[in-house]
Design a protein. Structure first.
Length: 297
């Protein structure tokens, strides 16, 4: 009996901080299921370097596309301004003499920037699964295997941090391998908490995160991963989740496109992001499906 109690105690100690009431409240919901993976597992389909380079590529393209509205940021980073002016000059095919007084540029939508940069675009539509609500589709282009195709936005809660009220009836909470939770709900209390934390961390003109995923007008066109539905017998998984800690050297001017913010302000921590990586080639018109129980050993 004593050995059994000790075993139960060990299991409870390993589990107690993962329990949140939304698990019990959402058992009957088929649209979302709890993602559980052992802490000893790995979830790296592609390298962190590949994730970093992909995010850097699309965020730089978004920044250049939005160059005319970045004056406050660029005024404090003159060396960064010169670098982006050079990139803008190349993109616009302007002469070197006009680069310092760049002409009015054609501004693309974020979806167009995504297509022009990575070769595909995604959007939210009614899912092809019955009673599944909203899903995410590749609407243009082609996504090769091993490509970051979306991001899971939301407030990041570490162990011991309060998430009780935000979790009630909330099907958009994602559990990371180490027990970190990401609340991807764009409505209600979850929405208010994210906005409050985002504005708390803003440093003058420098935004440390992206609030636009809470609206219909996304500045980061990848930030809709919380709407990717679970696979079914008819629809096999074609993407999987991969966790990524944003490194400290991530360009400060590009953090405005990161769709995640930590709940507790801690200068020592690195923001946690979760990206969705393709398991196979995905063609135009296909819906994205993930297995919430996928474990990569």
């Amino acid at each position: 009996p004593a050995a059994m109690l000790r075993a139960l105690r060990r299991r409870w100690d390993a589990y107690k901080y993962r329990f949140v009431p939304w698990l019990a409240l959402n058992l009957r919901r088929k649209r979302r299921t709890l993602r559980y993976v052992p802490e000893s597992s790995q979830d790296k389909i592609i390298s962190d370097e590949d994730v970093f380079e992909t995010l850097l590529k699309i965020f730089k393209a978004l920044f250049i596309n939005d160059f005319s509205r970045q004056a406050h940021v660029l005024a404090l980073l003159p060396e960064i301004k010169c670098k982006y002016l050079e990139l803008l000059t190349v993109e616009q095919k302007l002469s070197k003499g006009n680069s310092c007084n760049h002409q009015s540029q054609h501004v693309f939508s974020p979806e167009e920037v995504l297509f022009n940069t990575l070769g595909f675009s995604i959007t939210r539509h009614r899912s092809s699964l019955v009673s599944a609500g909203t899903g995410v589709f590749v609407t243009k282009g082609f996504v090769p295997k091993g490509m970051v195709v979306s991001m899971y936005p939301g407030t990041v809660y570490r162990k011991h941090e309060p998430i009780f009220f935000q979790s009630l009836g909330n099907p958009f909470i994602f559990r990371c391998i180490d027990g970190v939770l990401i609340d991807g709900n764009d409505k209600g209390l979850s929405r208010s908490v994210y906005r409050s934390c985002s504005r708390r961390d803003q440093l003058g003109p420098f935004q440390m995160s992206d609030e636009s995923w809470l609206t219909a007008a996304l500045q980061n066109p990848l930030a809709m991963g919380q709407y990717v539905n679970n696979c079914s017998h008819e629809k096999a998984a074609n993407v999987c989740y991969q966790e990524f800690d944003v490194p400290g050297y991530f360009p400060v001017e590009l953090k405005q496109y990161l769709p995640n913010i930590v709940y507790s302000h801690d200068i020592e921590s690195h923001p946690r992001c979760v990206v969705l990586v393709t398991l196979r080639d995905i063609k135009q018109g296909e819906e994205l499906f993930s297995n919430y129980y996928t474990v990569v050993n």
